[in-house]
Each structure stands twice: as C-alpha cells, then as structure tokens.
Design a protein around this ligand. Structure first.
Ligand SMILES: *[C@@H]1O[C@H](CO)[C@@H](O)[C@H](O)[C@H]1NC(C)=O
Ligand SMILES: *[C@@H]1O[C@H](CO)[C@@H](O)[C@H](O)[C@H]1NC(C)=O
Ligand SMILES: *[C@@H]1O[C@H](CO)[C@@H](O)[C@H](O)[C@H]1NC(C)=O
Length: 479
C-alpha cells in the first residue's frame, strides 16, 4: 500500500498557459484492466532507441520489447537509472533540435544512466487530433516496454524517469497508468504544446485518474517567455532570416525543455519556484515563502517527495540560459496627506549587495494609493548577495493621463521591507537621509540603507518569548 502513495509524481513545466480540451475520442484504445495484453508485443509500433553519450543525436541501437538479446546488444546497463524521453507532435516527421540537447544534458548530469528515446514519429506527424488520440496507443507501447525491462532484468521501478514534451507528456501519463508498477517520476514539459490551444491540458491531460503528486510550474506566469516576445522575434528574423520562423514560433513552447536542460547542466545555479495561488499574487511578491515545501528547485532537482495534492508554482527567469533570477518582495507604505490613487506607475529599483549590484530594475506598479502598503516583486539576474543598500526612483509617466491630476504628489516613505525568496532573509531599509524619503514623480533616486530594526525586532521577540515561557524552558547560559 505504501508504494501506491508515491506512484507517479508528475511535475509539469508549462511555459505557455492554455485552456483547451484534448480530444478524448479514441479508437481501439479503450482501457482494459486485464493485464494479459501487456505481454503481447506484436502490436508495439513505437521504437525504443538507446542513445549514448558519444553519439547523442543518432538512433544506433533499438531495445525491442520481447527480444531480450537486444538488451545485451545495446549494452543497456541493468544497474543504472533510466531516462525515457518522449517527443511530441511533429510537423516535419523528424526529431526536433531540443531532443539531442536533452540527451546530452542528461548524460552530462548522470554519465552512467541509460537514456532511451521513444520514436513514435509516424503517429506523431498526423493531424493533431489523430496524433493526440494515438498518445494512448503510444502510452501503451511505453508501458509494455517498461514492464518488459522490469520483468526481464528484475529492474526496480523507481529507476524509471519519464520525460515527455507536449503530446509526449500525455504519452508518459498514459504509460504511468498502464504499467504494472507505475512510474516513479514523470516530467511533463509543456504538456500543452504548440497547436494545443484548444485543450484544457491541466484537467484532461492526466485526467483519467489524478496522480498523487502533481506539480504545475509556470515560469513567468506561463505567458510569452522572455526572449520570445515580438521584438526579440523581429530581431532574430533580421539576424537569422525568415526560414527560422518555425523555430521562433516555438520559442515559448520549447522553453520548458530548455529550463529543464538548464537544471541539469547548471546545477549550481538552480532556479527556485514558489507555490502561489495566482500569477497576480506572485507578481505582487506575496509568494516567496519556502516554509512547508512551498518552494522547490525547478527541473531535475525538484523535490522527489510527492506533495499532498496538486500544486501550482511560479517563478521568473532570464531570457537565456542560465535562466536563474533572484526574487525579492518589496513592501512599502506610502504616506500622503491628500487622497491620491495613481495607476500603472513606473518605478526603478537598484540593489546593492555584498556580492554585486543590479541597477535600474524597471517595475510598473499597478496602483499607488495614499496611506496604503504596496507589495511588488523585483528580480535580479545578478547574484547581489546580502542586500546592503537599495535605491528607489519614481519615474516620469510615459503616458499623460488626463484623468489623473498632474499634481506634484509626494508620497512619504519611512521604510522598505524586503524579503529575499532565495535566502528567505527579511531586511528592513530606512532612508539614508532623514526620517522620510519624499518620493515624487520625476525626482531622482532615494537611497535606503539597512536598518538595525530587524535585529532589534527579533531580539524583542526573543525576550518576549523568554518572559512568557522562561519558567518552563529556561536553559542555563541563555542570555
Ligand atoms: C476491471 O474493472 C472493473 C470496474 O472497475 C471491475 O469491476 C473488474 O473487476 C475489473 N476486472 C479485473 C479483472 O480486475
Ligand atoms: C480485455 O482483454 C482480454 C485479453 O486480451 C480480452 O479477452 C477481453 O475480451 C478484453 N475485454 C474488453 C472489455 O475489451
Ligand atoms: C494619511 O495618514 C496621515 C497620518 O496618519 C494623515 O495625517 C493623513 O490625513 C492621511 N491621509 C489620508 C488621505 O487619509
């Protein structure tokens, strides 16, 4: 029974958020819970290519379910873990360029592993609805393959890690449901891939039966990924020509694969993702907590333990590898005599720390209001270390808004409270000059320095606790 609890941890990285419905009509693939079919290999159409670190981009040897000699011929390593890569829908009928990159990255991280590429190119180049329906047949092929390896070599089921991109993620989900011992881990890379804009991936993808562990990660909110926007696209076309259009359109979709590759090859620069109820809350910096498994590394090193239910997690990234950025929540209370509400105000923030500086981070504040506290997210691709100094500037509005008084509104700021997502450190900053910083539009930078208030606060809290519980928990030598 214990085993049932941890079967199938699905971690999906959605670099494009979609809401649509995967066709559920399938022919000849209704599930039969009898397991007799599983040992009949005659109908297995998919091919299982065992790749090597030396030749990561070619199919040199196939493991054929039902033919044990191929295990020896291909030099499958019975003691090593096995990655099974499952590609998605393809227009060209060929593997996409990310695939050999992922193979190489897996070998780089786990040199002794077996890396198997599932070739279902024939079924994957049909009309999309046909290919989508066929994922059930391919999933069954993969389940048979896995069961065969496990039976043939007495191979432990925990050593399989399935990685599926777009429709390949559906294949992995089906394989997980049909294989005898289930699958220890499935990584879904953009389960809603190109052309899937009509499917509610999240609810129907693995909806046949909800896996126990289900983590959905949305880099940059699942919108167009940085480096994939219209302007970057035009720049790339200018540089590499229009024939690369196909690649450019896939930029955002494929980002999930490259984020995963990044997690393999840049192990020392791991991106963190944070549990959050919505993109809006994340953008306000409200979700940078790591308590109780609320944050996880993105990709290969994600928590191997299954969460109690499905989780949604967010993070920001850079536009290119390594993708890691550092997340900060900035909280600031705006004092003002008059009643003022301003929308979409541009701010600039500069961070200065023990390891480096990051200047002129631009932010648009959705709302600035008198006597209210604002919270916003600031990210830095530079590792600044412990923050020492912060500068804040309220920029001139780009657009003249006639309904908002062009007054010389002045918000007074007494302190900035900053929480670092990556270190969980909370620091309070106070104006360097005077009690308040008088923030006004178009004025220069205001400098805030680290306050000792935080240390004081903690000391007070400790004393308070000691006074309350001292008689019960008094320790010798405690100050
Ligand atoms: C198959 O599933 C059905 C419905 O869940 C169940 O009633 C039946 O006993 C199962 N058959 C076998 C052989 O497990
Ligand atoms: C399930 O599979 C078994 C073995 O192949 C077959 O005898 C049986 O008729 C199938 N049942 C259904 C409902 O398809
Ligand atoms: C904001 O708070 C200050 C001090 O508490 C008060 O003097 C001021 O009138 C308040 N402003 C508004 C618009 O309520």
């Amino acid at each position: 029974m214990g085993k049932e609890i941890i079967w199938m941890l699905i971690i999906s990285i959605y670099s494009v958020k979609t809401s649509a419905t995967i066709p559920t009509t399938t022919e000849g693939a209704s599930f039969n819970n009898s397991t007799d079919w599983i040992e009949d290999y005659s109908d297995v159409e998919s091919k299982f290519s065992l790749r090597t670190a030396q030749v990561p981009d070619e199919d040199l040897c196939y493991l054929v379910p039902g033919q044990p000699r191929t295990i020896a011929e291909c030099e499958f390593k019975p003691d090593a873990q096995t990655f099974v890569i499952i590609h998605g829908w393809t227009v060209t009928g060929m593997y996409e360029s990310w695939l050999p990159k992922l193979v190489t990255a897996l070998f780089e991280r786990e040199p002794s592993a077996n890396v198997v590429v599932v070739d279902w190119l024939g079924r994957a180049q049909q009309h999309y609805p046909t290919s989508a329906a066929d994922t059930r047949l391919v999933g069954r092929d993969v389940a048979k393959f896995i069961d065969w390896i496990e039976a043939e070599l007495d191979y432990p089921w925990e050593k399989f890690h399935l990685l599926g991109y777009s429709l390949g993620a559906h294949v992995a989900g089906v394989a997980g449901l049909l294989s005898k011992n289930k699958i220890y881990r499935i990584t879904g890379l953009d389960p809603a891939g190109p052309g899937f804009e009509h499917a509610d991936a999240q609810t129907t993808l693995f909806g046949i039966q909800r896996p126990v562990g289900h983590v959905d990660i949305y880099p940059n909110g699942g919108d167009a990924q940085p480096g994939c926007d219209f302007r970057s696209t035009l720049l790339m076309i200018a540089k590499s020509g229009i024939y690369n259009m196909d690649q450019l359109l896939k930029c955002s979709h494929e980002r999930s694969v490259h984020l995963f590759i990044d997690s393999l090859v840049n192990a020392e620069r791991q991106s963190l993702a944070f549990r959050c109820s919505s993109k809006e809350a994340f953008n306000r910096g409200l979700c940078l907590s790591c308590r109780g498994n609320r944050c996880t590394k993105l990709g290969y090193d994600a928590h191997p333990c299954a969460p109690p239910r499905s989780l949604t997690m967010y993070l920001r990234t850079r536009e290119a590898m390594p993708y890691k950025v550092f997340h900060y929540q900035v909280k600031v209370h705006l004092f003002c005599q008059e009643e003022v509400t301003l929308r979409d105000q541009p701010l600039k923030v500069s961070l200065y720390g023990t390891l480096g500086d990051k200047e002129d981070i631009r932010i648009i504040l959705p709302i600035m209001q008198s006597n209210s506290t604002m919270s916003f997210l600031v990210t830095s691709d530079v590792a600044v270390g412990d923050l020492l100094r912060v500068e804040l500037q309220w920029e001139k509005d780009y657009v003249y808004k006639f309904w908002e008084r062009s007054s010389n509104t002045e918000f007074r700021v007494r302190r900035l409270r900053i929480k670092a997502g990556e270190t969980q450190a909370r620091v309070i900053f106070v104006p360097r000059d005077g009690e308040f910083a008088a923030l006004s539009r178009g004025a220069g930078y205001f400098t805030f320095i680290r306050s000792t208030e935080d240390e004081e606060g903690r000391k007070q809290e400790r004393l308070h606790r000691l006074r309350r519980t001292g008689s019960l928990f008094r320790q010798s030598g405690a100050a």
